[in-house]
Design a protein around this ligand. Structure first.
Ligand SMILES: Cc1cc2nc3c(=O)[nH]c(=O)nc-3n(C[C@H](O)[C@H](O)[C@H](O)COP(=O)(O)OP(=O)(O)OC[C@H]3O[C@@H](n4cnc5c(N)ncnc54)[C@H](O)[C@@H]3O)c2cc1C
Length: 475
């Protein structure tokens, strides 16, 4: 069996890549270990930026006939207060979408499987086979088969997902588990704001709620730390004690019913900065290469940006067995992909840091609550519609400065709530050591959160050089 391209894993990345690359007419094999519809809690909210990428590739139909629910913005709730922030208006009427991941993925797979030049094989890939330090073939084991088979390909695209077996061969992975999401499905439940995502923060672990069908909504509750929570005898009671009272009132009964039903699903949340290695004949795509915290629902938006980028670069290759030409296309993809994904990545892990810092999450809430560009531009970045890293940085630090100013203002008000004199400000600042530490820490904490994220997204010297030759601004 000989193909131009072999795709390992038909998840969101691999199945979409097959559809996009098939447009070049090349012969593509897709090897996926399980082609039946999956029941998972991952990838159920697609941000408008991801919808736009699908639209640009001509794949808007992937969102059809799966009871997908349009999502128009977010309801952000802090300690019971709420603000409603719509996605920014675009030229085209763009919303996000909530859906069951399994149904969405089956749509993508169904499309790719009907293409003449795409062959799907239901099998587990067990090995990437190399010759002269070049990946030339893959070995795989079909379901219920006794012996392994192999197929040859000019390029192997490895998209075997978050628990990738092959990423170590193709990158320097520094994977870190930041916590786990516990997923519950609320049935026949009205949300505080229908067709909106809900981010709920306070003195409890943060959680998100969004519609996934016309009759069901997903709740994802964060459990910080490397160890997953234990589903012991007290677990249901623990969930009720910790979350029932802080659930928005209209969903409380559904939440209690979902907890009693107890179909809990747990998934680890990773942070994995992309660190690809040059390996002839192979390339990494999707969560196998790069992961960010799912709090902001940015994963699939990043995946579609990558699929588009890699397919565009590969479309210039006429012969996939020309290792040099394929290698050049792959290096261009690795060098430019951060331009499409860095803001999504930085915001995801940045906001995750913010929601666990009481002063910063209050600052974030009030900053976005100011409306106008503070809300619009922040939401455009969250939506994956604005990918300007400098703008993200401006708002991140602006939020911390605003929070600091608000704290100072609050502290220098007299007991009766009336502002006091400059003298009073000085004495408040002098005597209120706690205040001084708290307000300073707001900016310091924001910098401590965002700096490592900025550094891991920074292109290295070789990449910058390549971008220069491509005449692209590395930012
Ligand atoms: C808890 C959680 C919630 C999330 N929520 C969102 C969200 O709301 N919105 C969003 O945009 N993103 C979300 N994400 C991220 C998103 O799900 C991923 O970015 C996206 O699914 C990545 O696609 P992928 O194709 O790389 O991986 P997957 O979709 O996981 O696909 C990998 C595929 O590879 C196959 N495979 C693995 N090993 C082999 C093998 N050896 N041989 C053959 N096949 C193999 C698997 O069966 C699977 O089909 C979430 C992530 C998590 C952890």
């Amino acid at each position: 069996m000989k193909f131009d391209v072999c795709i390992v894993g038909a998840g969101i990345a691999g199945a979409t890549m097959a559809a996009e690359l098939a447009k070049t007419g090349k012969r593509i094999a897709v090897v996926e270990r399980n082609l039946s519809e999956r029941d998972v809690i991952i990838g159920e909210l697609l941000q408008p930026g991801g919808v736009l990428r699908l639209h640009e590739m001509g794949f808007s139909s992937f969102l059809e006939n799966i009871d997908a629910q349009p999502v128009y913005g977010y309801d952000i709730i802090l300690d019971g207060e709420e603000i409603l922030v719509p996605y920014p208006k675009q030229k085209e009427e763009l919303s996000g979408y909530g859906f069951r991941n399994g149904a969405f993925l089956q749509n993508i797979r169904h499309h790719s499987r009907t293409l003449e030049n795409v062959t799907f094989i239901e099998a587990r890939v067990t090995e990437l086979l190399e010759e002269d330090n070049t990946v030339k073939a893959v070995r795989f084991l079909r379901k219920h088969a006794n012996g392994e088979e192999q197929l040859q390909a000019g390029l192997t695209i490895v998209s075997d997902g978050p628990v990738s077996r092959f990423r170590e061969k193709l990158s320097n992975p520094a994977k870190k588990v930041s916590g786990h999401f516990l997923g519950l499905l609320l049935k026949n439940c009205q949300l505080p704001h229908p067709n909106h995502g809900h981010l709920v923060m306070g003195n409890h672990p943060p959680f998100v709620i969004y519609p996934v069908t016309s009759t069901a909504s997903r709740v994802l509750i964060d459990f910080k730390g490397e160890k997953p929570p234990k589903f012991n005898a007290d677990f249901k009671q623990f969930l009720l004690d910790t979350f029932e009272a802080v659930m928005p009132e209209v969903v409380r009964d559904c939440f209690v019913a979902a907890v009693q039903e107890g179909h809990f699903k747990l998934f680890p949340n990773h942070r994995l900065p992309a660190a690809p290695l040059k390996k002839k004949g192979a390339v990494l795509l999707g969560d196998a290469l790069n992961m960010r915290h799912p709090l902001t629902g940015g994963g699939m938006t990043a995946v579609f940006a990558d699929v588009k980028n890699l397919a565009e670069n590969l479309s210039a290759v006429t012969d996939f067995f020309d290792t040099k030409a394929v290698g050049r296309a792959v290096q261009k993809y690795y060098a430019t992909r951060h331009l499409g994904t860095q803001t999504t990545n930085i915001l995801a892990d940045g906001l995750y840091g913010v929601v666990y810092n009481p002063a910063l999450r209050r600052a974030f809430f009030e900053y976005v609550g100011r409306g106008s560009r503070y809300a619009e531009e922040t939401m455009a970045i969250l939506a994956g519609l604005n990918r300007d890293k400098k703008l993200l940085l401006t708002h991140f630090l602006g939020m911390a400065r605003y929070g600091t100013a608000q704290n100072v203002k609050a502290a220098v008000k007299g007991r009766d709530g009336v502002s006091i004199s400059i003298k009073g400000v000085r004495s408040a600042a002098k005597t209120g050591e706690q205040l001084a530490a708290g307000t300073l820490n707001l900016v310091k904490d924001a910098v401590l959160i965002i700096t490592p994220l900025l550094l891991t997204e920074k292109p290295d010297a070789a990449t910058r050089l390549m971008l220069k030759t491509l005449n692209r601004n590395p930012e």
